[in-house]
Design a protein. Structure first.
Length: 308
């Protein structure tokens, strides 16, 4: 059984609700304390696509763990970060930068339990700058004084990484571009570029067949091949699934195993979640995110992109 809740950092706390069977309760003390696990993520896609992609995952988690799964719906990454560090969200699918911020704000008490692999079994992805194929722009230097869209302040590929690396390369976004803005999501950024409302944008990219614009094209939201990549960041670590260490150890062990087992024991859910473009998960390791934690700290300390 699933319970859905809207979530926003300005709203009262999410409350666990609903009953589970006495058999499930007997399976472990943590289920008595947490009859509902609240799962949160910000997907950067529209609500209908998000439900289609995550409903099978929620069903798999619920049936495998013997508890209800509550959905923490947030308008931005900050909502899920705040939900976890305020003890209202127990499991979250973060981007690397939003995980890093949760790790920083929780003083290391939010940890990764699983890391997504691509279809070749590799960890990691990239932030890229997109322009229209019919535009005159072929490098970041060509975008001086132009309008540039980021996704969300806590998005890795949509803001934190490009702000950090472009600044290091001599293109500080707030002074180099004529105007910077937050679109609210990766899809919104690409749609704004497609409609010529902006000149360029940052988004995520794994490879030619797995990227934000290529998936949008597969869904029929945009035509294929009208964009051009003119800048690529160094490789970024994969999206982590994370839990806080203040939860019972057995609960964290059980949830971690179920997540890691999803590619084999929840094949249909995993295929829908990843569009068939992932070989599975690797166990989470906070060391993989150390460079991102330092990047987020640097951006905050140097006020990089604050006016984005």
């Amino acid at each position: 059984m699933l319970t859905r809740r809207n979530f926003n950092i300005a709203l009262p706390a999410l409350l666990g609700a609903g009953a589970i069977s006495s058999g499930a309760r007997a399976a472990g003390d943590w289920r008595q304390q947490y009859p509902t696990i609240v799962f949160g993520t910000v997907t950067g896609e529209n609500a209908a696509d998000r439900i289609k992609r995550y409903q099978p995952v929620e069903d798999y988690l619920s049936s495998s763990l013997g508890v209800q799964i509550g959905w923490a719906e947030a308008t931005d990454y900050a909502g899920i970060i705040q939900g976890m560090i305020s003890h209202k969200v127990q499991l979250a699918h973060f981007g690397p930068a939003s995980f890093a911020k949760a790790w920083i704000l929780s003083r290391g008490q939010v940890v990764p339990v699983a890391e997504m692999l691509d279809q070749y079994g590799n960890k990691g992805y990239y932030s890229v700058t997109l322009v229209r194929q019919d535009s005159p722009y072929h490098s970041i230097a060509d975008l001086k004084g132009k309008t540039y869209a980021f996704a969300d302040p806590n998005s890795t590929s949509g803001f934190q990484a490009p702000s950090y690396f472009l600044t290091k390369e001599g293109y500080p976004p707030t002074t180099f571009f004529g105007k910077t803005l937050f679109s609210g999501s990766h899809e919104n950024s690409v749609m704004a570029l497609y409609h010529k409302d902006i000149d360029a944008c940052s988004t995520w990219y794994n490879n030619a067949s797995l990227s934000n614009p290529s998936l949008m094209a597969k869904k029929g939201m945009i035509p294929n091949g009208w964009w051009r990549v003119i800048w690529t960041s160094p490789q970024l670590p994969s999206d982590p699934w994370a839990m806080p260490t203040w939860l019972p150890q057995q609960m964290r062990d059980d949830v971690t195993k179920v997540v890691l087992d999803m590619p084999t024991k929840g094949k249909e859910a995993f295929a829908v979640l990843t569009s068939g473009l992932s070989t599975g998960f690797a166990p989470g390791d906070v060391k993989d995110y150390a460079p991102i934690i330092e990047m987020v700290k640097y951006n905050a300390e140097h006020h990089i992109g604050q006016n984005g």
